[in-house]
Every structure is written in structure tokens, then in C-alpha cells.
Design a protein around this ligand. Structure first.
Ligand code: XIL
Length: 378
């Protein structure tokens, strides 16, 4: 027996180059492995990626990520561009991609003021529809889409961006025509269509105290009315000087205390200066191009890259600290080449917000994140 143990120990030391046997767990070499048991690590996919045309992307996505969300193909203008005419081909491919690679698939998004087809709010003469008609159209869209993916899409961004930065309701056409109940109705319709799917509210700039309070108020009101809501998505389009980590943390804690899951759903860290007054992700808020806010056309200087890495690490340290509350962290894209941040909030800039470079090579931050996760206890 003694002999057996010493042989085993000697063998172990030999195999691990002298490292103590207890630390023998296989070292994670990918994000997917490193974050396993902590939270899903996800990415948004664009068309070339889920169609498999972009082979370099395909390799990275399969290896590195455990969750996916569609960057555009499940938005209502794509799924139902004309009343009653649903186009599921693309989204079906996206969902099949996730299933094939055993990934958690999120549907994005059912009700949003943007990327919504024009017909939704007007009748055939172009006149605004009544409350009843819009509710009926919402019901039909949600029932058809959620029903189509019943049991396959595990979580839905049911309502996106319904609260303003100051906590008031966004005066979207859904709000103006239906009133604040459009949110409750959207969640109810989604629940009817797939009682097992998780249902989320998703928004940007969730670190702002006013927005945080508005979202907490809204979720409490849904809960008081018996509406099923399972999670809150904090988009996370962040910059080098916003948000303060403390504000982000306060929101994570405030949302989790409602008894729902918290997710970071659209993470990207811009390396570029934000145009004055624009730190959000409201699609309509585009600023004019200026040379001085596009300073790194040929690559990031080493000191900027180092600061950018540290900032990413700070965010992930915070997420890992709250891994009991956070179920998923999803990057808004794979490579800098395809990032929407090259065109938002200013068109035509060269930004560096994601974890893989323009050639899909892992940036140094990837191994740093893997090490950080590995150092964090389950
Ligand atoms: C963006 C996509 O990345 C772009 O390709 C598209 O042109 C506009 O929408 N908040 C959201 C996402 O919830 O759906 C947005 O995605 C980014 C901001």
C-alpha cells in the first residue's frame, strides 16, 4: 500500500513537472473551459458566423464560447418584415448552430423600439393603429416567434430598452399606443408561448442610478402583478472612463436582490474617446466623425492597450466576485473587425472593443482572463 502511494506521488510529480498533486486539474486553455461552473461566457453572432461562411470565426466561437445570441437576425424587422409573413430560415440556422455546439441560446429581442418593421404601428392607410390592434400584433409576433423555438431557445430578451436614463418610461410607440402595460403583456405572451423559457428585461447604461431605480421599480411592479420575469440583462457597452465600477456593482447587487438572475449581455469595451455626452447605446444617437476621436487607425499604442486590458480585467474581477448572481457574460461580437462599435456612436472609426483582433487572433487579454478565472474558486 505504502509503496503504491509513493509510486503514485512520484508519478504525479513527474507528470506535473514538480507541481503538487492536488493542483493537478487540467489547466483551462479556453474561455469556455475557464469559466465553466462560474457563468456562461457568450458571444453575439453575425450572419457569416452562424452560416459557417466565416471559417476563422467558426473555429474561435466553437472553442471559446458556451453561449450565443443573434446580433440581428431575430429582431422583429427581420423575422416579420411584413404582417403575417415570418422568415425563420436565418434564425433557424443560428439556433441550430448553438444546438450543434451545445451552447446556451438566447433570443434577442421580441419587443424593442428599434429594428422594428414599419407596418407594426400603422394600418393600411398609414394611420396609427389602436391599442387593441397593437396588442393583438404583439401577441401574434411573440406567440409565433417564441412558439417556433419552444424548448430550444432557453432564454428571451422579451423587452429591450424601455426605460430612459432617468428611470422614466421611454416614450416609444409601444408606450404611446399601449401605455406601460405593453411590458407586462409582452412577458405574459412570451410565457404563454413557452412556459419553460427564461424571460429577461434588457437595457443599456444600467449602471446609472436613475435607470437602476426605474428598472427596479418596473420589475417590482411586474412581480407584484404576478408576471414571470427571470432575469435582467445589463448590456455593458462600456468605455475607458465609464461607468465607475462601483455604479456597475451597485446595479448588479440591486437587480439580484429582486430575486432574478443578472446577465451581462452585450459586453464591449471601446478603446476610443467617447464623443461628448454620448456614453449610451441608443441606436439613434450618432455623433459626427472627427479625426481627433479616431486616433488609433493603425493599432493601439502599447500603453493604451495595457490600460484597456486592465479595465477588462477589472470588469471581469467584478463579475467573478458576483458569480453567485451572474449567470452569463456575453460579448457583443467575436472580432474587432465585425464590431458595431466601429460605427457607433460615430461612423467609420477603428475601434478595438472585443477579445479577438481583426484576424481572429486571441488578444493577450484572453489568456489573462483565463488565468483570472482559473484563480477564482468555484
Ligand atoms: C446593434 C447591432 O450590433 C448592429 O449590427 C445593428 O446595426 C444595430 O444594433 N443594443 C442592442 C443591440 O440591444 O441589439 C444593438 O445591436 C446594440 C445596442
Amino acid at each position: 500500500m505504502k509503496l503504491f502511494i509513493s509510486i503514485a506521488v512520484a508519478g504525479c510529480l513527474l507528470m506535473l513537472g514538480g507541481e503538487p498533486c492536488l493542483a493537478k486539474e487540467k489547466k483551462a486553455t479556453t474561455l469556455r473551459e475557464a469559466f465553466k461552473g462560474k457563468f456562461y461566457i457568450g458571444t453575439a453572432l453575425n450572419r457569416a458566423q452562424y452560416m459557417g461562411y466565416d471559417t476563422k470565426a467558426d473555429e474561435v466561437v466553437k472553442k471559446q464560447f458556451s453561449a450565443i445570441v443573434a446580433e440581428n437576425c431575430m429582431k422583429s424587422e427581420n423575422l416579420q418584415p411584413q404582417e403575417g409573413k415570418f422568415f425563420f430560415d436565418e434564425a433557424d440556422k443560428f439556433v441550430a448552430y448553438g444546438e450543434k455546439n451545445k451552447m446556451f441560446v438566447t433570443g434577442h429581442t421580441l419587443i424593442w423600439h428599434s429594428q422594428t418593421p414599419r407596418w407594426l404601428f400603422v394600418d393600411k392607410d398609414g394611420k396609427e393603429v389602436s391599442r387593441e390592434v397593437l396588442i393583438e400584433r404583439m401577441r401574434n409576433h411573440i406567440h409565433t416567434v417564441v412558439g417556433h423555438y419552444k424548448g430550444r431557445i432557453k432564454g428571451w430578451d422579451v423587452v429591450n430598452e424601455a426605460i430612459e436614463d432617468d428611470g422614466s418610461f421611454r416614450k416609444s410607440r409601444f408606450y404611446k399606443i399601449i401605455g406601460e402595460d405593453f411590458i407586462k403583456l409582452a412577458f405574459q405572451f412570451a410565457h404563454e408561448a413557452d412556459p419553460d423559457a427564461e424571460l429577461y428585461y434588457n437595457d443599456y447604461s444600467m449602471y446609472l442610478p436613475g435607470k437602476r431605480e426605474g428598472v427596479v421599480r418596473m420589475v417590482k411592479s411586474l412581480q407584484a402583478q404576478g408576471v414571470k420575469i427571470d432575469g435582467i440583462g445589463m448590456q455593458g457597452h462600456v468605455g475607458m472612463d465609464y461607468p465607475a465600477l462601483e455604479d456597475e456593482e451597485n446595479s448588479i447587487v440591486a437587480f439580484a436582490s429582486l430575486g432574478v438572475k443578472v446577465m451581462i449581455t452585450e459586453l464591449d469595451l471601446s478603446a476610443l474617446p467617447a464623443p461628448k455626452g454620448n456614453r449610451g447605446a441608443n441606436i439613434a444617437d450618432v455623433a459626427a466623425y472627427q479625426e481627433q476621436i479616431n486616433p488609433y487607425k493603425k493599432g493601439l499604442p502599447a500603453n493604451v492597450e495595457a490600460a484597456w486590458e486592465n479595465r477588462y480585467l477589472d470588469f471581469f474581477k467584478l463579475f467573478l466576485k458576483h458569480k453567485d448572481k451572474i449567470t452569463r457574460v456575453t460579448l457583443w461580437g467575436v472580432s474587432d473587425k465585425g464590431s458595431w462599435k466601429n460605427n457607433f456612436p460615430v461612423r467609420g472609426r477603428t475601434d478595438y472593443p472585443l477579445l479577438f483582433d481583426r484576424d481572429y487572433k486571441a488578444k493577450n487579454i484572453v489568456s489573462k482572463l483565463i488565468n483570472l478565472a482559473a484563480q477564482t474558486k468555484q
